[in-house]
Ligand binder design. Sequence first.
Ligand code: GDP
Length: 487
Amino acid sequence: MPSWYETIIDEARLTAQTLLDRAENLASPTLRLGITGLSRAGKTVFTTALVHALMRGGRLPVFRAMHEGRIAGARLEPQPDDDVPRFDYEGHLATLVDERRWPDSTRRISELRLAIDYAPARGGRRMLTLDIVDYPGEWLLDLPLLEQDYAAFAAQSLRLARAPARQALAAPFLAELKATDPDAPADEATARRLAGLFTDYLAACRTETVSMSLLPPGRFLMPGDLEGSPALTFAPLDLDEGREPPSGSLHAMMKRRYDAYKDTIVRPFFRDHFARLDRQIVLIDVLAALNAGPAALADLESALDGILGAFRVGRNSWLEALFRHRIGKVLFAATKADHLHHTSHDPLEAILRRLVERALARAHSAGSEIDVVALAAVRATREAMVKRGRSHLPAIVGVPEAGQHGADAFDGLAEAAVFPGDLPEAPSALFDPGVGFSGLSDAQGGDFRFLRFRPPLVERNADGEALALPHIRLDRALEFLLGDRLK
Ligand code: GDP
């Protein structure tokens, strides 16, 4: 199919959808909020905490509509899209509060509709319908693929795989590739073996100690409902530049599947979901990247470039049509700030701001209003001064999850105090080679950089319902994302 033809079809579909959205918007104002971030960034926890805060309130001084008592109530309503799974708010909240476990992470797109009943500052009564769409950030990083053919994708993927920080992890895949002739006859077993090894390499880049971010194609790590489907059974091949695939070859088969991946998976996602968002929060586990070291931080920066690319309007492209409905506000949030002492919250925010600004400077134009925040959607720790030798040092105290740290495994019941490493006041220090974040340590100096705490104990009312969840700066995120629509 020629690409202009696809553009027209996509545009027509998008226009129809936009008209539907607009008609609904006239009947009652609607805001579509996207919540994204790479796996484990904190999407499920954030979404649950956001909905809980809107429905139950809490200490949210910066979120003005709530603080001024203008939100009369918020309730869940049936969502607009029948073909998207519902975000399991009740289940996730029960896991957090009743079991004091973190809920299962986002694996696919899901949606939830909330009707917010509020009083505008000038008086009267209004209703804002908030549609929350939670989706894997890995999918967002697929956007550049739409403008890349298979040869370009293969060349770029292999360049990344051979970069110093990744080479060792990619070794089994690269060895298999060396033994593969792209001109050999197409063969399902070979395709599956290569796709499997390629996926293993991408997954190895995502482990806590490595913590890379830029790992397309996104569905290889987050397949949603498509696990094992042929559109995901391809891999980059080592091709001679400019060489056309002989028909019936492995090369031709990989190219066809790559094209199918773009046409049947990536484009529909951007058209049907991403292009309809009004606001977006991008959650980023900056601490994980800092802990893993300079290579992870550099990789995160490249991923941010990719994400910002999705928010700017491309010229003369299919994307231009797509982005006529533009995302007005984007918030980048560094999550899990409760792993740090409060004196490090501003520095954490400064590091993220620096990362985003560098990416923005590289982007030609950014149509959206952009801000950054360091937050903890659910605060699992408290602060205390702990005696160490003769001095008292600021520590964070929480219940570490059971079974971490091998021989000295925690039991998941007792509290432990850890001394979070200090983030440098000036973020520029982190961008010097060789300077990393020293991370959390305990009194004996053990390496607790990757420690996970259990969720906090939450107070309940007489009906057994959870009262406010503790958080850090969730109210700032709410004010930026929703405040102007609740004035
Ligand atoms: P998702 O993959 O983006 O949906 O990530 P989740 O929301 O499932 O979060 C992944 C993990 O990060 C959780 O299981 C928690 O261990 C941790 N986490 C997420 N948010 C917070 C937070 O606000 N505070 C703390 N201490 N941990 C968090």
